[in-house]
Ligand binder design. Structure first.
Ligand code: HEM
Length: 311
């Protein structure tokens, strides 16, 4: 691919995991778009530059624009597959939609830097947007979800992170951008912790301590990894890049689930398979122990896209 015409991706989209994260969800004030476009480009540039400045602490981040806000902000062109969050429900398994106009995702191995940067970004946006939700994520043990299971093992590695998460030539105007889906899952840990370990392992489809994948024949059809490990009509694995981290406090805690992908379909099909199951009554039993509180759909454009549109 010709590097000269390759738009620069926002570095947090494909970055490796960190110790800490801050998630800021904003809604825009009425009629601010002319001022917001350059401001967004500045914030994205600021995050990009800090990646060098704080390289020792592996700082990274990205900014993404909500599916429902996109046309107000950038009316002239829309990413081909950008659509609202695919809300769904079956019995008491609920994946609700709760959309926001802007999502700022920053991560670092030093929490003091993140706190400073989050305040700075909030200042840069002053008068243009309202901060409507904020969460702080953290690494738990050796990359485990709060259920105690290692999370992220089967994520794409190396350069295939870009291959999975970033748009290529299929939508040239949005090259190097990424479709982002976010769900804040609150876990019912007291219910989960009452389950015997073998039952927990059957629900995930991997062992807890050593994180060993079950043999295919042993994986229950209701296990999480069975439900999300999907193939397309050509038999090719449907992949997403997960950037999830545990979040919360004693009162409410769980997983900030984040999917970054070059299409919006893979995430939707996986969620459908979890909630609605395989058509034979096999849904994802992990959903008996966690509840999605939000569901938001965004697009993280390339840095160059935001700068071109800054006005
Ligand atoms: C795998 C936890 C939600 C997609 C896993 C694994 C764990 C886990 C422990 C196994 C290790 C790994 O490969 O990472 C959770 C928890 C969730 C959650 C606690 C929410 C409470 C979701 C959602 C999706 C998803 C909403 C997509 C819609 C995947 C995928 C894999 C995976 C694609 C890799 C499967 C494979 O190829 O083996 N998850 N997950 N997860 N999860 Fe989730």
């Amino acid at each position: 691919m010709d590097n000269q015409v390759m738009p620069r991706e926002q570095l947090g989209v494909c970055a490796e995991g960190n110790l800490h994260s801050i998630y800021l969800m904003f809604n825009a004030n009425e009629g601010v778009e002319t001022d917001l476009r350059p401001c967004i480009a500045n914030v994205a540039q600021y995050i990009y530059e800090l990646t060098d400045q704080y390289a020792d602490s592996a700082f990274n981040g990205f900014l993404a624009v909500g599916a429902n806000y996109w046309d107000s902000l950038y009316p002239s062109a829309r990413p081909a597959q950008l659509k609202p969050f695919p809300a769904m429900n079956a019995d008491n398994r609920d994946a609700p939609a709760l959309e926001y106009d802007l999502f700022v995702h920053v991560r670092c191995d030093r929490f003091d830097i993140l706190h400073l940067v989050a305040n700075e970004i909030s200042q840069m946006f002053e008068g243009l947007v309202d901060l409507v939700d904020e969460e702080r994520g953290f690494r738990f043990m050796d990359n485990r979800d709060l259920t105690g299971f290692v999370d992220g093992t089967e994520n794409p590695k190396g350069r295939s992170r870009q291959e999975v998460a970033l748009i290529g030539d299929e939508d040239a105007a949005f090259k190097s951008g990424s479709y982002i889906h976010v769900q804040k899952f609150a876990h019912n840990l007291s219910k989960w912790n009452r389950l015997p370990q073998k039952k927990q392992e059957d629900i995930i489809g991997r062992t807890k301590q050593d994180n060993i994948e079950y043999e295919s024949a042993d994986k229950p059809l209701t296990s999480h990894i069975k439900r999300v490990n999907l193939k397309d009509s050509d038999g090719k694995s449907m992949e997403i890049l997960r950037q999830s981290m545990p979040y919360g406090s004693v009162k409410e805690q769980g997983l900030m689930f984040i999917s970054n992908c070059r299409n919006s379909n893979n995430f939707e099909k996986m969620l459908e398979s979890m909630v609605h199951g395989d058509g034979n009554g096999n849904h994802d039993h992990l959903l008996h122990f966690t509840q999605a509180l939000t569901g938001s759909s965004f697009f993280a454009p390339s840095l160059d896209f935001m700068q071109t549109k800054a006005g």
